[in-house]
Design a protein around this ligand. Structure first.
Ligand code: OFO
Length: 174
C-alpha cells in the first residue's frame, strides 16, 4: 500500500496534469481564434496527452491501494502574445512541471518507495521529450520571425500531429 505522503503528492500531480490539459485546451482555442488551426491542433493533441498523464496517475494511485481525491482545477489564462507567446508560456509551464516531477521522485526516494520511484521514471523521460518538442517548435517560430509564409508552413506542419496513446504501434512512448 502506498504511503499517505506520496499518495497526497501523486493526487496533487494528478491535479497539475489536469490543469496542464486545461491550459493547452485554452491555448488551442486561442490559436484557433488567430486562424492558426495547425497550432490549435498541436495544442489539442497536447490536451489529450496531458489527460493521459493524469489518468496514468489515477490508475496508479488506485493500483497501490490509495484514494484519488478530485480537487478543483484552476482556470487557465486565455490570451497570449501570438503563437510565440503561447509556446514560450508552454516551455515555462513544462519546466515547472519537470520541477514537480523531480520533487515527486525525491519524495518517493525519501519514503523508500522503490515502486513509486520506478513508476515516476516514466514521467521523468516524458518531461525531457515534452521540453524538447516545445523547444523545437519555438526555435522554428523564432526563425520565422514574423514572416507570414514561414508561419503558415509551420502551421501546416503542426496540423499533421495526431494523438497516439502510448503503447500503440506508432505512438511508442507518446
Ligand atoms: Fe504532463 O507533461 Fe506537460 O505538463
Amino acid at each position: 500500500m502506498i504511503g499517505k505522503k506520496l499518495e497526497d503528492a501523486l493526487n496533487g500531480q494528478l491535479n497539475a496534469e489536469l490543469y496542464s490539459a486545461y491550459l493547452y485546451l485554452s491555448m488551442s482555442s486561442y490559436l484557433e481564434s488567430l486562424n492558426l488551426s495547425g497550432f490549435g491542433n498541436w495544442m489539442r493533441v497536447q490536451f489529450e496527452e496531458e489527460q493521459f498523464h493524469a489518468m496514468k496517475l489515477y490508475d496508479y494511485i488506485i493500483e497501490r491501494g490509495g484514494r484519488v481525491i478530485c480537487k478543483p482545477i484552476d482556470g487557465p489564462e486565455t490570451e497570449w502574445d501570438g503563437p510565440v507567446g503561447a509556446f514560450e508560456a508552454t516551455l515555462a509551464h513544462e519546466r515547472n512541471v519537470t520541477g514537480l516531477i523531480n520533487d515527486l521522485v525525491y519524495l518517493a526516494r525519501d519514503e523508500r518507495d522503490n515502486a513509486g520511484e520506478v513508476f515516476l521514471s516514466w514521467y521523468v523521460s516524458e518531461q525531457v521529450e515534452e521540453k524538447n518538442n516545445v523547444e523545437t517548435i519555438l526555435g522554428k517560430l523564432r526563425l520565422a520571425d514574423g514572416n507570414p509564409q514561414a508561419l503558415l508552413m509551420i502551421d501546416q506542419e503542426l496540423g499533421t500531429r495526431v494523438y497516439m496513446p502510448p503503447g500503440t504501434a506508432e505512438g511508442g512512448k507518446k
